[in-house]
Design a protein around this ligand. Structure first.
Ligand code: ATP
Length: 197
């Protein structure tokens, strides 16, 4: 039955906050690969970001949901929030496979994280289950996953923005309208996120 099911994109992230780089990647990968569903999967507890405090998961999910209001082809996914605990892509893919057994799953990553795939939980299992869609990111162009992964590279318009840079700007009270959708900025204000001091 391989190839007869839905083509599903899994774009996982901390989205702290979601920005135009994320949205460009999600839209472009969905279009280029002809995906039936493109999920932005908000990490509940991102195990890769334990070196800093992370904004509560429900606030990060609300920002993603607000940011996707104008993107009918993209879905904000609660899978990792509802599962609770640390968020591992292999568990998310297994959950999707149980819901959609014939689906073909594409895990979307920026080139800055492509090289780390072998360190992910149950990397061998994940490698057998998915194709990795790699996009370049300014400052990390051309990095490939380690050998053994099924890979498709998707060209995207470079968007030189990171959540880290945006958190600094927001904490300094600087505008971020060039890099964050208006609906997300409203969500940040309503929830009092990234406020100074
Ligand atoms: P932080 O600065 O806090 O580390 P981030 O901007 O990297 O955050 P994440 O939510 O950690 O955002 O990223 C989720 C995924 O999106 C990763 O695969 C990352 O490589 C990719 N990504 C993030 N920003 C971009 C961008 N500007 N261009 C291409 N890929 C991106």
């Amino acid at each position: 039955m391989v190839g007869t099911g839905l083509r599903i994109g899994v774009f996982g992230g901390t989205f702290d906050p979601v920005h135009l780089g994320h949205l460009e990647v999600a839209e472009e990968v969905r279009r280029a690969l002809g995906l039936d569903r493109m999920l932005l999967v908000v990490a509940n507890e991102p195990w890769q970001k334990q070196d800093r405090p992370v904004t509560p998961a429900e606030d990060r999910f609300a920002m993603v949901a607000a940011g996707l209001a104008d993107h009918p082809g993209l879905e904000a996914s609660r899978l990792e929030l509802d599962r609770g605990g640390p968020s591992y892509t292999v568990d998310t893919v297994r959950e999707l496979a149980a819901l959609e057994p014939a689906a073909e799953v594409f895990v979307v990553v920026g080139a800055d994280v492509a090289g780390t795939l072998d360190t992910w939980k149950e990397a061998g299992t994940l490698r057998a289950l998915v194709t990795v869609a790699v996009v370049d990111r300014p400052g990390a162009e051309g990095v490939d996953p380690p050998p053994g992964w099924r890979v498709v590279r998707v060209p995207v318009e470079p968007v030189d923005v990171s959540s880290t840079g945006l958190r600094s700007r927001l904490e300094a009270g600087e505008p971020v309208t060039d890099a964050v959708p208006d609906a997300v900025i409203r969500c940040i204000a309503e929830r009092g996120l990234y406020a100074r001091g």
